[in-house]
Design a protein around this ligand. Structure first.
Ligand code: FAD
Length: 523
């Protein structure tokens, strides 16, 4: 048998899993459908030649809590992080901004512009995070606990209340100023959560506490340096990474997976575990199918929920453009939105009804200000991630289109958004554009099949699809009904984002099942 293990998909989680398995002594084959590795951690010259954009993820944040980069010396393999200070900003249409600095006192000073009581509250909340940090990191980097275990823990019921609280409910009871309430409610959007959705409060606290703690970075020379560094680890340990190798199905004999079949017909025998980095529905419905998993599980994955879709604008600019809110341009990630939680909530009403929103929240990454190596001398590059748009557009709150096919309407919507962004946040932006690339949800999905409907999460973060319920309770611990087939992507705990968590945890589970030593540090 040529291979002891196979990994389907070379996203950063698949490569993390493969790197640990290869270090554990298994002969590993990674199969990637696309012509390049990386999945949603890739970079490309989208807007113009010589202007290198991160196509999907830009912010390197949660992975800093994981041991993976150190276990594999990714810094020695080309991973170089840029962590600006101030680090994160919310800009308001009136030219004010709220900043997270690398130092808690800098953040508190920024918050105090709006409320000194809220500044003191943030100091307390951050301290609470630091105290809980070892537990939080352990929870992220190990298989999830059952709900019964969560509730039985000390203060379990209080923890459950906070976990389930919406962003608005938590922000309203925690902060007094509308600016802080908006800022924290908007954090939930990184997990696809509307201000009134369950889970938003807990994620808001955790998300910005992690930003405060480790800082959000962008990767020098492009996010694709993450998968490139991980692939080096796989290959150095004797593994192989093949691109243009779409897996069509996993062959199961007598309840065990024995081979993968590529879409072009090639059969590759595998003597041990097969870990799948693709989204959970693709794994269950297409790669395994009802004969291997049963009709009941197949039906559950067919009703799996995806969450809201992204829309992206990448601009090559002939010179840098300053924000109305001055220091915001230097930070890693900027939130631009209307100043009200109600406006965010209205935006979700629109997108869930199929309408293009008038004032979405836009995540702005000033790629060339943070990393000048991305552009030719003197030029600039900005990325705008629109949270969110509908996948199927049946109307338009801006009144510019009547909805319909994304290929037909994406430029009209982008024109509208650029006009709004120029007026409200970035005066003069449109005059500086050399060329642009617009990414509709359909474009994201065409590029990377696991970005289902143009989403970023491999499955919505809703209470019935997180923790031990992710993606479904039957697969909540990386395993599937086929004992040697595993899920190692963002559809498993701890979920989406560049965290390396699902890949790390799936590899640890596989090593435990094989009774071999896991070659990484225990969380
Ligand atoms: C626009 C956008 C912006 C984002 N911004 C951020 C950010 O700033 N920070 C952050 O932390 N996260 C961000 N994210 C989310 C983050 O990028 C993803 O959650 C994460 O990268 C998912 O990683 P993964 O390895 O689990 O899966 P993926 O990256 O989706 O990788 C899965 C891989 O499997 C391959 N595959 C699928 N099916 C098959 C098959 N049959 N055969 C072979 N290969 C297959 C796919 O081609 C893909 O390469 C963003 C996402 C998007 C879309």
């Amino acid at each position: 048998m040529a291979y002891d293990a196979a990994v389907v998909g070379a996203g950063h989680n698949g490569l993390t899993c493969a790197a640990y398995l290869a270090r554990a002594g298994l002969k590993v084959l990674v199969l990637e459908a696309r012509e390049v590795i990386g999945g949603m951690t890739m970079s490309d010259e989208l807007a113009a030649p010589g202007f290198l954009s991160d196509v999907h993820a830009s912010g390197y944040l949660v992975a800093k809590l994981a041991p993976v980069a150190e276990d594999f010396d990714l810094a020695g393999r080309g991973l170089d992080l840029i962590t600006p200070d101030p680090n994160w900003a919310q800009v308001f249409p009136d030219g004010r901004s709220l900043l997270i600095g690398r130092d808690i006192e800098a953040t508190a000073a920024s918050i105090a512009q709006f409320s000194s009581r809220d500044a003191e509250t943030w100091r307390t909340l951050y301290q609470r995070y630091l105290t809980a940090k070892p537990t939080i990191v352990r929870a992220m980097l190990s298989a999830p606990k059952s709900l019964a275990e969560e509730l039985a823990a000390p203060h379990g019921a209080d923890g459950y209340r906070m976990l389930m609280q919406s962003g608005r409910s938590w922000a309203d009871e925690t902060f007094e100023s509308p600016e802080l309430r908006l800022f924290f409610a908007s954090a939930g959007l990184h997990f696809g959560l509307a201000p009134d959705d369950a889970l938003g409060g807990h994620f808001a606290w955790l998300f910005f506490a992690v930003v405060q703690d480790v800082g959000c970075s962008i990767v020098k020379g492009g996010m694709h340096n993450v998968p490139l560094a991980l692939a080096q680890v796989v290959e150095a340990a004797g593994g192989e990474v093949r691109t243009d190798a779409k897996v069509g199905r996993i062959e199961v004999v007598d309840g065990q997976a024995v081979a993968v079949h590529l879409a072009d017909g090639e059969r590759i025998a595998v003597g041990g575990p097969i870990a799948v980095n693709a989204d959970p529905r693709h794994l269950v419905v297409d790669l395994l199918g009802p004969d291997a998993v049963g009709a009941d599980l197949e039906a559950k994955l067919k009703r799996y929920e995806w969450g809201p879709s992204f829309f992206g604008i990448h601009l090559a600019l002939d010179a840098p453009v300053d924000f109305k809110a001055a220091p915001a341009g230097q930070v890693c990630y900027v939130h631009a939105s209307e100043l009200s939680v109600d406006a965010l909530a209205r935006m979700f009403v629109d997108i869930r009804a199929g309408r293009l929103p008038e004032h979405p929240m836009v995540g702005i990454v000033n790629e060339s200000a943070c990393d000048p190596s991305r552009v030719p001398e003197g030029k600039a590059l900005m990325k705008f991630v629109v949270h969110f748009v509908p996948y199927k557009v049946t109307g338009d709150a801006t009144g510019r289109t009547s909805g319909g096919d994304w290929d037909a309407i994406k430029d009209v919507y982008a024109d509208y958004l650029l006009e709004w962004l120029d007026e409200a946040f970035l005066p003069g932006l449109r005059k500086r554009i050399i060329s642009r690339s617009i990414q509709s949800p359909v474009d994201y999905e065409r590029r990377t099949s696991s970005s289902v409907h143009g989403t970023h999460m491999h499955g919505a973060f809703v209470p019935w699809q997180v923790g031990a319920f992710r993606p479904v309770p039957e697969m909540g611990h990386y395993q599937t009904p086929v004992p040697n087939v595993y899920l190692c992507g963002a559809g498993a705990h701890p979920g989406s984002g560049v965290s390396m968590g699902p890949g790390h945890n799936a590899a640890a589970t596989i090593c435990a099942d094989l009774a071999i030593r896991f070659p990484g540090r225990a969380a």
